[in-house]
Ligand binder design. Structure first.
Ligand SMILES: *Cc1c(COP(=O)(O)O)cnc(C)c1O
Length: 434
């Protein structure tokens, strides 16, 4: 055991790809699995998003067709599955789908879930406090009036980000009339900064990494009573917004007549940065599917902050730099050195495991998906293909399938790659790789 642990740490330190099983995983969530979130909180978040639907359609007419609900397609990618199996010389049993959060309206990434939700929650609080809304039953279109915009313009919303969270917070805040200030880390792509400025947000750039951008943003905001800070490392609102994805996915699977039960396992692969998005989604999925859903995260070999946080039990107290890793990666959305302690502690019993991926693999995944399915997703999103391959091609992966007793039903399994971003990437940038 100790030998294994040492060899795992050594391999992480050497920047090798690993497939890790979470020893704390408690499939049935019995005895002692307690989280700081409740079903009621996620219900509440879901209803809040419905209340805001008229506001969303007002500012983002592309959401009229979905009634102001921002949701992404679930698309089968059989040709990509064939390509992956061929190249890796392996079988991926069952059907393979892509959850296209890459194509979510408004900001083109998974951050359109949590980020937008938190801005709306704050807006509702302000509106009730200032009498713009009298109750949850009021007409939310009042929030788009000149009076409302005048009120919001006195307030700032700030966030520290590697890019996509900044995009979702910045675009939504600016649309509602707030002054949006986005603190960007060195990894953030230029086009994301340009797009934000175009939408009326202020972008402050730092030489340092994501952790520094968050720290600077937090202290700038704390000094200002008219400023609200979206704290990616500690936000309960973000987590709840992401968790709504669970019930939305369940409805989509029901619509496509795809069962999830003891005979039909659901296997989900999600890229992880600080942990909020994949953690919230995992929480929401576990609420809907319990032991029948198996969730694995994907992180870059140079920034496996959630893996080391969970494996050592130190959560956000340990950084990838403590393992001699750089924290730098082409997967800009995953360039995070320290995971969220709030998230890590709440998913420690829910997560099945994780796979890490070297940067060199991201472009080929991206190109393959484009060539087989004509779908473009950004580098961070491509990381999710790795744990899928590892689950079926490594001894550790096979051990998991055996231990869970699902080996014999894998032919009826549904696997989902959670594509976390990509549709807003400018054409010129896409062309470089596809
Ligand atoms: C933010 C992001 C992630 C990970 O989300 P976290 O909440 O940081 O863990 C994954 N992929 C993309 C494209 C992202 O922007």
């Amino acid at each position: 055991m100790i030998l294994n642990e040492h060899s795992l740490h050594d391999r992480i330190r050497r920047g090798e790809e690993v497939f890790w099983l979470n020893e704390q995983y408690n499939a049935r969530q019995e005895s002692g699995v307690r989280t700081e979130f409740s079903l009621e909180q996620i219900d509440d978040a879901s209803r809040r998003l419905e209340r805001f639907a008229p506001v969303i359609t007002h500012y983002f007419p592309e959401t009229i067709a979905s009634g102001g609900i921002i949701e992404s397609p679930l698309t089968e990618i059989a040709a990509m599955k064939k390509k992956l199996c061929h190249d890796a010389g392996m079988e991926i049993p069952g059907r393979l789908f892509l959850k296209q959060d890459s194509h979510l309206a408004v900001s083109g990434s998974v951050k359109a879930r949590g980020g937008i939700y938190e801005v709306l929650k704050h807006t509702e609080d302000l509106a009730l406090e200032h009498g713009l809304l009298s109750s949850y039953g009021d007409d939310y279109r009042k929030l788009t009036t000149e009076d409302a915009r005048r009120l919001f313009s006195k307030y700032k919303i700030q966030v520290g980000s590697t890019g996509n969270l900044g995009l979702s917070i910045g675009i939504m805040s600016a649309a509602l009339g707030y002054e949006a200030i986005i603190h960007m880390s060195v990894d953030a792509r230029q086009w994301k900064k340009d797009l934000l400025r175009e939408r009326g947000a202020s972008v402050i750039e730092y030489e340092g990494d994501y952790e520094e951008a968050v720290k600077k943003g937090r202290s700038a905001s704390e000094a200002d009573p008219f400023s609200y800070f979206v704290d990616d490392e500690n936000s309960r609102e973000l987590f709840c917004g992401y968790a709504v994805a669970g019930r939305r996915l369940k409805a989509q699977l029901d619509d496509q007549n795809i069962p999830v039960d003891g005979e039909h396992p659901l296997i989900v692969m999600i890229p992880c940065g600080v942990g909020g998005a994949p953690g919230g989604i995992t929480y929401g999925l576990k609420q809907c599917f319990g032991e029948h859903v198996h969730v694995f995260f994907a992180e870059p070999t140079q920034a496996p902050c959630m893996l080391i946080g969970l494996e050592t039990g130190k959560y956000g107290e340990v950084a990838v730099q403590d393992f001699g890793l750089s924290g730098r990666t082409e997967a800009d959305g995953l360039a995070v050195g320290r995971c969220s302690t709030l998230v890590a502690r709440n998913i420690h019993a829910l997560l099945s495991g994780e796979g890490t991926v070297r940067d060199e693999r991201l472009e080929p995944f991206m190109r393959d998906l484009w060539q087989t399915e004509k779908i473009y997703i950004e580098p961070s999103a491509c990381a999710a293909f790795m744990p899928l391959i590892q689950l079926y091609s490594t001894d550790t992966g096979r051990q998991y399938l055996r231990n869970q007793g699902i080996e014999s039903v894998l032919g009826q399994a549904t696997s989902i790659i959670w594509a976390t971003g990509g549709s807003m990437v400018p054409e010129q940038e896409k062309l470089v790789v596809i």
